[in-house]
Design a binder for this molecule. Structure first.
Ligand code: PMT
Length: 392
């Protein structure tokens, strides 16, 4: 069963469409509303759509211990809109109404869809509460940006019903996966970095982020807490993963080091630009002469810097090679003090950049070499994750 918890925000009325769409997909839906939310949306509307009475009060249920019963039956509890108040209460473990007591008692997956004024949403207290809840396994559907009900413009809008419904459907329909990475924290990088030349031009590469996102999704599905440091991509981040968006190699260096100390495993699938223009021109470079010489300087080698300061983390690098794959990758494994390196020949059909598949050679610190035939990036991700469990 999917339970929808509605809390007291102006976006409450939009959740009627979510309940309706999920019901049409054939799911059993139970709606629980806080007292305040009934001022914004009518319980009768939800009851009519779901075909079930809406629960609004601890005393609902004819003497049954209904909050425990619903908590046990709920595979997913979606709280939408999730106000700053409910987020704070859940973080603190307050149980003073039906919704909060039910959430405390559930073993189901709790998904929050925060919606509020942007100043409230970006307030460090709210952000800290959300990040603590994420670290406890709560999933968060990030709010959209735009004109808010109060007239302000900014982040804090409840995403549209189609987006929320798709998220819940994906989550519900996913097959159960062995939680063998539970309690482990993974830092994964994905995509390309972008190095500005002038206001309209940049240096970059062909990485789409597919390999890194596949790793993040599979690690999350297997129970790990995942931080995904991502360069610009067109991909939707996997549910439940904390995403840090970066542009340049130096941004990525900073984001990776800020998160390095307390992670168990780092996997660097990103394609980092080795060089950047020495100076970023403030104005668009004019055509001028027939020739343009760009002076480039080296970017920091992020992976090497992690290898140099490694404590107990398991470090996995990728190697994009076009020749002498094993020799070059082995040299990178040693020089960057890695535990595992995943080499892909970017000239092979169905391997490397942008494809949904990859072909890899995995080399481990003890010299073990595994040749992985063409398979989906998600399947390869699982093989890599298996190897990170073995340690050094
Ligand atoms: O994103 P996709 O389209 O799915 O493509 C996937 C991929 C081809 C990008 C991926 O499979 C891959 O090979 N990623 C690594 C690409 C790369 O930068 O390789 P490299 O051999 O240049 O670097 C070796 C390792 O050092 C990599 O883990 C890289 O993240 C890291 N590195 C490189 C340079 C640098 N300045 N800092 C780094 O951390």
């Amino acid at each position: 069963m999917i339970t929808i918890g509605v809390t007291g925000g102006i976006a409450a009325y939009k959740v009627i469409d979510v309940a309706s769409a999920l019901k049409k997909l054939g799911y059993e839906i139970q709606v629980v509303m806080t007292k305040n939310s009934t001022e914004f949306a009518a319980p009768l509307a939800f009851a009519t759509i779901t075909g079930k009475p809406v629960i609004t009060d601890m005393t609902d249920g004819d003497g049954e211990v209904l909050h425990i019963e619903i908590a046990k039956k709920s595979k997913i509890i979606l709280i939408a809109p999730a106000t700053a108040n409910i987020i704070a209460k859940l973080r603190a473990g307050i149980a003073d109404d039906f919704l909060t007591t039910m959430v405390l008692a559930t073993k189901g997956t709790v998904v929050l869809a925060p919606a509020m004024n942007s100043n409230m949403y970006t307030n460090p207290v709210v952000q800290e509460n959300i990040s603590v809840l994420k670290s406890r396994g709560y999933l968060v559907i990030e709010p959209d940006s735009g004109v808010l009900a109060c007239g302000d413009v900014g982040v804090g809008k409840l995403p549209d019903a189609v987006k929320i419904t798709a998220y819940i459907k994906d989550l519900n329909d996913k097959p159960a996966v062995d939680q063998d990475l539970l309690g482990k924290k993974y830092l994964i990088t994905a995509g390309r970095t972008v190095e500005a030349i002038d206001p309209m031009r940049y240096l970059s590469n062909y990485s789409t982020g597919k390999m890194g996102y596949a790793l993040a999704e599979m690690a999350k599905d297997r129970g790990a807490e995942v931080i995904l440091v991502s360069g610009p991509t067109n991909l939707t981040p996997p549910a439940g993963v904390t995403v840090v968006e970066v542009i340049s190699a130096r941004d990525m260096y900073k984001a990776v080091h800020e998160n390095y100390t307390d992670v168990d495993v780092v996997i660097k699938a990103a394609a980092v630009a080795d060089f950047r223009p020495k100076e970023v021109q403030a104005e668009k470079i004019k055509k001028g002469d027939d020739k343009l010489v760009l002076e480039l300087v080296k970017n920091p080698d992020i992976l090497k810097s992690l290898g140099d300061t490694k404590k107990n983390q398991i470090l996995v690098g990728f190697a994009a090679e076009s020749q002498n794959v094993i020799e070059n990758a082995t040299e990178k494994l040693k020089s960057k003090n890695l535990d595992i390196i995943v080499a892909n020949n970017i000239k092979e059909e169905g391997a490397g950049f942008s494809a949904d598949t990859n072909i890899a050679t995995i080399i481990e610190r003890d010299g073990t070499v595994s040749f992985i035939p063409k398979m989906s990036k998600k399947e390869l991700a699982n093989i890599i994750l298996d190897k990170t469990k073995r340690g050094r």
